[in-house]
Design a protein. Sequence first.
Length: 321
Amino acid sequence: MEEIATVAKPVNPKKQHNNKRLTWAIIKDQRQLIYMSVPLLAYIIVFAYLPVWGWTMAFQDYKPARSFSQQDWVGFKHFQFLFTDDNFLRVLRNTLAMSIINLILGFTTAIVLALLLNEIKKMFWKRTVQTISYLPHFLSWIIVTGIVATSLASDGIINDLLMKLHLIDQPIMWLSEGKYFWGVVGASHVWKEVGWNTIIYLAAMASIDPALYEAADIDGANRYQKMWNVTLPGIKATIVILLIMSIGHILEAGFEVQYLLGNGLVVDWSETIDIFVLKYGIAQGNYSLATAGGIFKSVVSITMLLFANWTAKRLGEERLL
C-alpha cells in the first residue's frame, strides 16, 4: 500500500480571517452586551456627532441673532485668513513645539521611571515612590501653575538653590524670557503627569513571563541588559499604542498652563491655538473663526492618528515577512 504524505501549506498571516458570520442567533446571545452599549452609543451620538453640525459656522459669517437660512455663506474665507495670518502661524509654531516637547519628555520620563520602579524589590519603597510621584496628577493646573510660578520667582527656591550651588550669579527671570517658557511648560507637564503615566507601563511589565528573566540570569545578563532585552521588548506593544494615541493629539499642547503662566513678555512663545481661538474668536464674537480653528485641529489630529496607525501596521507586517 502506497503511503500518501500530505504536506501542510504554510498559512499567510495576512489571509487569516474570521469566517464566523454575524447572525441573528449570535446577536440574540449577545443581547445583554448590546443593551449595555446603548447608553454609551447614545452619549457618543449626542456629544460627539451631533455637535459636528456646528462646523457649518466655519463656512459662514455667523451671527447668533440669525437663523440658519439667514446666515451669509463665505466658503473658505476664515480658513484662508488662518493660514495667511502671522499670528496664527506663530501660535501654530508654539503649539507644535510645546506638544512635541511634552510628547518626548512625557514618554521618556514615564518609561524610565517605570523601569526603575520595576527594579525595586521592596514593595513598601516601591509603593511609596509611586504614590509620591503620581500625587501631583490630582492637583488642578491652577494649583500647579501657582506652585511653578512661586518656585521660579526671583526669590523662589529654584533661584536660591542655583545660587547656593554657584551655578548662577544672579536670579534668572524664568517667566519673563521667552527662551525659557517652552522648557518650563515641558518640565511642569513632566512633574504633574510622570507618575500617573507610569501606571500603565508597570501594569504591562507585570504581565511579562518571569521565565524570561530567569533565562537572562542564566545567560549572565545584568539588570540593565534585562531592562533592554526583556522588559522593553515586553512592553513594546503598549508603547506603540500609547504613542499612536499621543500623536493623534499632536496639537493639544494645552491651554491652562500656557494661559496661566503666560504674560505680555512671553506672549510670542506662550500662545497656543486654543488661546488664539479664545482671544481672537470667542472673545471678539467671531465664532466662525473659532470654529475654523477647531476644525483645523480636528483634521490634523485625525490625519496624524491614521498616519501613525498605518506606519505601525506597516512596520509590524515587515517584521512578519
